[in-house]
Design a protein around this ligand. Structure first.
Ligand code: SF4
Length: 359
């Protein structure tokens, strides 16, 4: 399988534009297209604020999927990465799904090609296939279950209790975490997130010594040695909740830096430090920002919407109907499971309490 390390980071070119004017154009276009904006916590703060201001949502991948499915707007605009747009289309096949750019992908998705994954599954027919949401529609269509991180622990525990052996893909760190927490028999695909994989355990130890009162918040796509130092292991939503509920004034955060926007908005009196991704001597101590999430911008969004108004929906997500139906089954299974267990976004989790949430 291709290594995410071989994938070059895209170059982001942001044309100069006046944000206020752009926001006005975007709002007008959204009204004319009957559109709602669904944004991930990792995208630019201006897009998050626009989603909030226009009745959309800023959320993790599970809540983005639910919100888009349940919202009455005929056009869903997904600011995030491609698998999020595909999931929105799979769940809402009769709606138009647009993205600021279809070029925004994910190393986990890229590192798990459908053909190779299918062959891997065929070699292990005795295993239940469970895939993370960060995968293509074709990989989801090959799965028995789709999970986000919030549903991952409960689903894996449920399958383990039924005596099922699991084939997990694509994130190896998350897979190891689920395995350690549940004791399930899991065969792991070896994908990783190029952002979370970069967090450095030794550097994190040094930073903790400099800030001994800081609480450490870690997303479970991070390496095991980084997770081991966490006060809270959780999803974006759960890390946000932890930052609000814990009484500490200082936090070290090991996930995409985009989340700092909401953390600082919600808790302006607290200090949030980025967990280190680089060692001693580096001029930049942390570069934890997804290059694909960074491709979402106000100007890209305006261009997408105005092209759609002209009837040129070049940034529209399309998923083959038959493929979408097959991919929908394991997603619906997860959503039904989560609804039955009321995974909502769930309460934050502390290390040892075995909870986590969507990526
Ligand atoms: S942060 Fe990682 S998991 Fe999320 S979209 Fe970027 S590469 Fe994928």
């Amino acid at each position: 399988m291709p290594s995410p390390r071989q994938i070059p980071k895209p170059i982001v070119v942001e044309p100069a534009a006046e944000p206020t004017a752009l926001v006005g154009r975007i709002k007008a276009a959204m009204r004319s297209l009957d559109a709602v904006l669904v944004a991930h916590y990792y995208v630019d703060g201006a897009l998050q604020d626009l989603a909030d201001a226009t009745g959309g949502c800023v959320a993790d991948s599970l809540e983005m999927a639910r919100f888009g499915r349940d919202h009455p707007a005929q056009t869903l605009v997904v600011a995030g990465v491609r698998f999020m747009g595909e999931t929105a289309k799979i769940l809402s096949p009769d709606k138009r799904v647009l993205m600021p750019t279809l070029e925004a992908t994910c190393s986990l998705d890229l590192g798990c090609p459908a053909k190779e994954f299918d062959a891997f599954c065929n070699e292990h027919p005795d295993r239940t296939v469970v895939v993370y949401a960060n995968t293509s529609a074709a990989v989801k269509a090959r799965a028995d279950w789709v999970t986000t991180s919030s549903t991952g622990l409960d689903i894996v525990r449920h399958l383990h209790a039924r005596g099922e052996k699991i084939l997990w893909a694509p994130d190896i760190h998350l897979g190891r975490y689920l395995q350690a927490q549940t004791g399930a028999d899991m065969l792991l695909w070896s994908g990783s997130c190029i952002v979370h994989d970069e967090f450095k355990a030794i550097e994190l130890e040094l930073l903790r010594r400099e800030h001994p009162r800081a609480k450490v918040l870690v997303h479970p796509e991070s390496p095991t040695a980084v997770i081991a130092q966490a006060d809270v292991v959780g999803s974006t939503t759960q890390l946000l909740q932890a930052a609000q509920r814990l009484e500490a004034d200082e936090f070290i955060v090991a996930t995409d830096a985009g989340i700092m926007h909401k953390m600082r908005q919600a808790q302006p009196h607290k200090t949030f430090l980025e967990a280190p991704t680089a060692g001693v001597g580096a001029t930049c101590k942390s570069c934890a920002h997804c290059p694909w999430m960074a491709m979402n911008s106000l100007s890209q969004l305006a261009a997408t919407l105005e092209a759609a108004q002209r009837g040129e929906a070049t940034q529209e997500i399309r998923v083959d109907r038959d493929l979408a139906q097959r991919a929908r089954r394991p997603i619906d299974r997860m959503l039904a499971f989560a609804a039955a267990r009321k995974v909502a976004p769930s309460p934050f989790a502390t290390q040892g309490s075995q909870g986590m949430g969507p990526a």
